[in-house]
Design a binder for this molecule. Structure first.
Ligand code: T68
Length: 837
């Protein structure tokens, strides 16, 4: 169709509507009332907090869309190199508060709503989390979007619009129970449905070999089933800047053309079924973190996602009429773990089968375009897809993967002639029954850069799991980018009192966009007034959490106790089990004390929160044990406030925003070498909480930045783990005597029917104690005692807490994103003017 052009005399009308509204009280109230009455059909006498949340959100959405439109038009005109961040998960949480802050309109919205009789705080609490992710990996993607927008990068996020996000967790009789998270029930103000942006996606079918007259051979993938991926756009505003980037989420719909052939053949129930099954593809997020399940629906999600995304990126690229050789200089694609790795054979397929490039020219483009982030070294988490499964669903891709592997192994053979075992080790296809595609190997071979997410983890990648590849590429492909978190959400938004205090002390709020400024807080560390105010703010945050705990669990906790917090996915390698065993140890110790002795103890509140994968039996038993132990301790009159144990249900982003600012101590106690980075460790320390943790992941770099006096380290080092495991396999495990007492208490029935916990206890006693709880237990208990001692020194503790926040500049996701942009993506900021010419 020819492009429609507006009659010139009407342009001023467009201009008016495309320019962001002034942030004035009257304008805000008008737009709020317009949405409440017109969009939601409410009246002054038919209002509630949820409706006024919706009105506020829609009014803000208008502002977002203005900025989004200006940004996209500017980028189209400038045509800079763009980065596409491909992630099957975006754990965004709530948007209202963060948008108000990014747009710099929170105060004025507050006033405008106040005058109308609404409290902004109440409205913020009405929003349901967008929980399209499992944990760290999904939240990292969300933090990176915030930084990309804030730093003016021309970036797009791509993901899946799951109808059901991560399940809701309820605790029933101490056990986790799962409920569906139908987050779209009441609509989603933060997305723009783009029914006009959609792409066909093929599954199954067959591959036709075509021999041209000149003898060249080509392949055509035909037949099978088609579905359509429809775009939903989520604008992400940068903080204090015009730049407003997009996360494009795909939703599967039935292909537009109904299969009439099948229908008329009398096979109409099958025809109808296939339409229905299309929508299933993007229906639900797989709830496993750090664990792979080989379900065909998950493979369909992955392919639908990369297929639609690449079509979208290529359509945008083609608008500028550049030659294909320019593609890697205009487009950089980051793979967030191996989940989108099918993008590599898919781009190769498009280039050779549809665009007619030679294999070598195509492969050159592919390998200059993709880069890959690995997030784990756990073997059970590394994706492997059965060859017959891939062959059935994506027959052409399976051929291409075999060819990629063949050409790759030929080069390996050339470099290391006759080294058969090396070829076996490095093959993208793992031999066996069935054969498997090793997705990480495919991602490495098809990318120009591979990174780990913290120094230790990047070294483990190089020296343990991908050693052969390091040797083959002579080290050139592998690098580190230590994770970061957005200081906007994880300090400025979630801890307004501390944020205001920091701004007041530093004399400006520029630290929100430049975390290096926090270093200046060190000047105040010895100032008693600052120490006092600092700890008073911490106490306020503890009161806020105590109130929340009471409202949800009816458990009364004292804000004067030491708040000791472990919140993250429940997983054996994260060792929540060790934490609760430590709690039992403390309880047994307290039980032996006189009232006078107990009075000298530092009262402690131990908080747990986190979800277990629904099928993860041992992790679910850990949750049950925590609740059973809490039940006994919290109701023991001899213990009182000296020890309380709380499991807060349904941990999610908005709950994290309440929990994290309230910690004195947070635990990050994974077996050394298993936690790739961790990012909540950064959030706690940024908010002045002290880590008690192992020498693992980003804990190590945090220690380097804030000083080892301000972190409680314990446990064996990563390079000792393998030897200890080896010994555990071949001789009886040395059981720590204190730990033995703790297990005895469980086995005696102190915390309810001991039968229930037998399989859990057995992971230590007969399962080889793979995560080395017994080995680390003594030093763990010692570190806890050190923390108690240190907490008694109020001034000393305040200093530690201030130095924690002051030392965290490195862990801003702004630093991480700048590293990716410079070292890996080779993209530059492209700042967007306030209005378009
Ligand atoms: C986490 N990984 C790492 N995976 O465990 C954590 N896995 O150390 C790191 O800080 C974080 O990534 C960010 O780099 C995950 O969160 C998953 O959630 C996941 C999801 C699906 C499949 C496998």
């Amino acid at each position: 169709q020819p492009r429609w052009l507006p009659p010139p005399e009407t342009l001023h009308l467009w201009k008016e509507f495309e320019t962001p509204e002034p942030a004035e009280i009257a304008a805000i109230q008008k737009s709020f009332l317009r949405h409440v009455t017109k969009t939601f059909a409410r009246t002054a006498f038919n209002m509630d907090n949820f409706a006024s949340y919706q009105g506020t959100a829609y009014s803000l959405r208008d502002r977002l869309i203005d900025k989004w439109n200006i940004t996209q038009q500017h980028h189209t005109r400038e045509d800079p190199k763009r980065v596409y961040y491909l992630s099957l998960e975006f754990l965004l949480g709530r948007s209202l508060d963060s948008c108000l802050l990014s747009l710099g309109v929170k105060d004025i919205y507050k006033k405008a709503l106040d005058e109308l009789g609404f409290r902004l705080e109440d409205l913020i609490g009405e929003e349901v989390d967008a929980a399209l992710g499992n944990g760290g990996l999904g939240r990292l993607a969300a933090c990176y979007m915030d930084s990309l927008a804030t730093l003016d990068y021309p970036a797009w996020g791509y993901g899946i619009r799951y109808n059901y996000g991560i399940f809701k967790q309820l605790i029933v009789d101490g056990y986790q129970t799962e409920f569906p998270d139908y987050w779209l029930n009441f609509g989603n103000p933060w997305e723009i449905e783009r029914l006009d942006v959609s792409y066909e996606v093929r599954f199954r079918g067959y591959v036709n070999k075509v021999t041209e007259e000149d003898g060249t051979i080509s392949y055509v993938w035909e037949g099978g089933e088609k579905v359509v991926a429809v775009a939903y756009d989520v604008p992400i505003p940068g903080y204090g800047t015009m730049n407003t980037i997009n996360i494009r989420l795909w939703s599967a719909k039935p292909a537009r053309e109904f299969d009439f052939a099948m229908f008329n053949d009398g096979n109409y129930d099958k025809a109808v079924e296939e339409q229905k099954s299309a929508e299933n593809i993007t229906s639900v997020l797989y709830p496993n973190d750090n664990h792979m399940v080989g379900k065909i629906l998950r493979l369909k999600q992955q392919y639908l996602f990369v297929c639609a995304t690449l079509q979208d990126a290529i359509r945008r690229f083609k608008k500028t009429n550049r030659p294909w050789s320019d593609f890697p200089y205009q487009v950089s694609i980051q793979l967030n773990d191996t989940h989108p790795t099918l993008g590599i054979p898919e781009l190769q397929r498009i280039l050779i089968d549809e665009e007619g490039l030679s294999w070598d020219d195509a492969w050159d483009i592919v390998t200059k375009t993709f880069s890959f982030t690995n997030h784990t070294v756990l073997p059970e988490a590394l994706e492997r897809w059965a060859v017959p499964l891939v062959q059935d669903l994506l027959p052409r891709h399976m051929m291409i993967i075999f060819d990629i592997n063949l050409f790759f192994l030929q080069k390996v053979e050339k470099k290391f002639p006759g080294d058969r075992d090396r070829l076996r080790r490095m093959s993208i296809i793992e031999e066996g029954h069935p054969q498997n595609v090793r997705m990480a190997f495919l991602a490495i071979v098809g990318s120009h850069t591979v990174n780990g997410v913290a120094e230790l983890h990047s070294n483990l990648i190089k020296n343990v799991i991908f050693t052969d590849f390091v040797e083959y590429y002579e080290g050139n492909k592998f690098t580190n980018v230590t994770n970061g978190i957005t200081p906007r959400r994880w300090l400025h938004q979630c801890n307004p009192a501390l944020s205001d205090f920091i701004t007041q002390k530093l004399g400006s709020d520029s630290w929100v966009k430049d975390l290096e400024q926090l270093k200046k807080l060190k000047e105040f560390v010895d100032d008693p007034a600052v120490q006092k105010q600092w700890m008073a703010i911490k106490r306020q945050n503890k009161v806020r959490l105590a109130d929340y705990i009471h409202s949800i669990t009816s458990i009364q906790v004292s804000p004067d106790s030491l708040f000791d917090i472990q919140v993250k996915r429940i997983h054996e390698y994260k060792r929540q089990f060790m934490n609760i065993l430590g709690v039992i140890h403390r309880y047994l110790r307290l039980k032996k004390m006189t009232p006078e002795q107990k009075a000298k103890e530092v009262p402690r509140l131990v908080v747990f929160a986190g979800k277990s994968a629904p099928g993860y039996f041992i992790a679910k038993l850990v949750i049950k044990l925590i609740n059973s132990v809490g039940e006994v301790i919290n109701n023991d009159p001899e213990i009182g406030d000296v020890l309380k144990v709380v499991f807060i249900p349904n941990y999610n982003v908005s709950l994290a925003e309440i929990i994290i600012p309230a910690s004195d101590i947070s635990q990050h106690i994974s077996t050394a070498g298993t936690e790739a980075s961790g990012t909540s460790n950064m959030k706690f320390v940024l908010n002045g909480g002290i880590i008690l943790g192992t020498v693992d992941g980003a804990n190590i770099e945090i220690g380097e930045e804030i000083g080892e006096d301000n972190i409680f380290f314990f446990g064996v080092k990563a390079d000792e783990v393998e030897d200890i495991r080896h010994l555990n396999r071949y001789r009886k495990i040395e059981m720590d005597p204190d730990l033995r007492n703790v297990l005895d208490a469980i086995e005696k029935g102190t915390f309810g029917d001991p039968k229930i916990f037998e399989p859990l206890v057995a992971t230590l006693t007969v399962g080889g104690d793979y995560y080395l709880i017994s080995k680390d237990f003594a030093s763990y208990i010692e570190a806890q005692a050190d923390a108690d001692e240190a907490y008694k020194d109020k001034v000393g503790w305040a200093k530690k807490s201030i130095l924690c926040t002051a030392g965290m500049s490195k862990f801003s996701s702004d630093r991480s994103i700048n590293e990716y942009a410079e070292k890996i993506w080779k993209i530059k900021p492209c700042s967007v003017p306030a209005t378009l010419p």
